[in-house]
Design a protein around this ligand. Structure first.
Ligand SMILES: Nc1ncnc2c1ncn2[C@@H]1O[C@H](COP(=O)(O)OP(=O)(O)O)[C@@H](O)[C@H]1O
Ligand SMILES: Cc1ncc(C[n+]2csc(CCOP(=O)(O)OP(=O)(O)O)c2C)c(N)n1
Ligand SMILES: [Mg+2]
Ligand SMILES: [Mg+2]
Ligand SMILES: [Mg+2]
Length: 345
């Protein structure tokens, strides 16, 4: 596996001849390649289908997340891909694999967290599967959401003349993870230990991310939104996905990307650039997207009325040329398509 990165592997597995005839028929309007698939439900409704997995030691450790956080975040990350399509989450299926020795209290706590998130976003858990395994706990959450015909917000819809927006702070989750790993204390103590308590916002961003369902629905209803993606692997990687899928170029303006006070403080104390966490960290679950520049301010007003932030952080230009970062001095530097990748880093 060492020679194949995560995205090449997905293409390799799903691009073969045998997939073409049957797999691409049957009412599938958007197949593999976006945050979720879109399939025809009825003449006035579309289902949105997605799943996300959380695996012990890859997505969480005992020192980074409490059991309830693991369940909460497994649901939240899958719900986030429904937000990334502008959809409304409806149902979920949960697959759980765990070693035979797992204490029942641990699973109970995970499910408390999982249902807390499901209730918050009005998702009904309708089933799943449970197995034993060798190694750590794995939770896979499949979410089924809904939207109207032709309303799903795709990565491929960015157009020349669009502004690029983001719904909130990024980088906090990656910094929170680094902080928790560095302290190496039981995660149960993250809101009582005086030292851990120093960065509650960073820890919360990592352990209790908020999928942007309300923002996604507002973007869909506004009729202004073109492309949309959720930030699971870092802004750079997600902006690249929009640029490639839409065959356009994106310039992100460094000074416009919002940064939290806690991240600024944390990064400066570590002697690191906050921008590195924001661009390459991941697990933020904010929405990054594009809308025609002439409607961007109106969109911002709609967000303000709904009590939600929306930051304009860049623009779409010309032909496909990847993603660049415009620095304070006006220089534009190419951004690497770097971010979290399961098989390369
Ligand atoms: N093992 C797989 N088999 C089929 N499709 C997959 C597999 N893994 C990922 N995909 C699809 O590839 C696309 C990209 O996946 P991923 O990068 O995990 O999405 P996201 O980051 O939005 O959660 C999605 O459309 C997803 O459904
Ligand atoms: C212990 C630990 N190490 C590293 C990470 C960082 N990490 C793991 S997966 C991931 C990216 C998001 O997960 P992925 O499975 O790629 O979600 P998707 O893009 O499919 O939604 C990140 C940043 C973590 N959360 N926990
Ligand atoms: Mg996604
Ligand atoms: Mg994935
Ligand atoms: Mg995802």
């Amino acid at each position: 596996m060492s020679s194949v990165d995560e995205f090449t592997l997905i293409d390799l597995l799903n691009g073969g001849k045998q997939t073409i005839a049957f797999q691409r028929a049957g009412g599938v309007e958007t197949g593999i390649g976006d945050d979720a698939a879109v399939v025809r439900a009825s003449s006035d409704s579309r289902w949105i289908l997605t799943c996300d997995t959380m695996t012990e030691d890859i997505h969480f450790k005992r020192v980074t997340m409490r059991d309830a956080d693991v369940g909460y975040k497994a649901m939240a990350s899958a719900v986030s891909d429904i937000a990334a399509m502008g959809g409304t989450p409806r149902y979920a299926l949960v697959a759980l694999s765990m070693p035979k020795s797992t204490p029942v209290e641990r699973v109970r706590a995970m499910y408390d967290g999982l249902y807390e998130c499901a209730n918050r976003y009005r998702v009904v858990v309708t089933g799943g599967d449970t197995t034993s395994c060798i190694g750590g706990v794995t939770l896979t959450v499949t979410v089924i959401g809904e939207t109207e015909p032709d309303k799903a917000l795709l990565r491929s819809a960015a157009r020349l003349g669009d502004a690029v927006f983001i719904t909130g702070f990024t980088g906090d989750s990656a910094a929170g993870l680094e902080w928790l790993l560095g302290k190496n204390k039981p995660s149960e103590e993250w809101d009582t230990d005086p030292e851990l308590k120093r960065y509650p916002g960073l820890i919360r961003a990592h352990c209790r991310p908020e999928p942007q369902i309300e923002a996604g629905e507002l973007l869909r209803r506004s009729g202004f939104c073109h492309a949309l993606n959720d930030v699971s692997d870092g802004i750079a990687s997600e902006a690249w996905e929009i640029a490639v899928a839409s065959n356009i170029g994106i310039d992100l303006i460094e000074d416009r990307i919002p940064v939290s006070g806690e991240l600024l403080d944390y990064a400066s104390r570590q002697g690191k650039a906050s921008l590195d966490y924001m661009l390459y960290g991941g697990e933020d679950y904010q929405l990054i997207g594009t809308a025609p520049a002439e409607h961007a301010v109106e969109l911002q007003m709609q967000f303000k009325e709904a009590g939600l932030p929306l930051y304009l952080i860049g623009y779409v230009h010309g032909k496909h040329s990847g993603v660049r970062l415009v620095r304070s001095d006006g220089s534009a530097v190419p951004l690497a398509k770097r971010g979290y990748n399961h098989f390369t880093g």
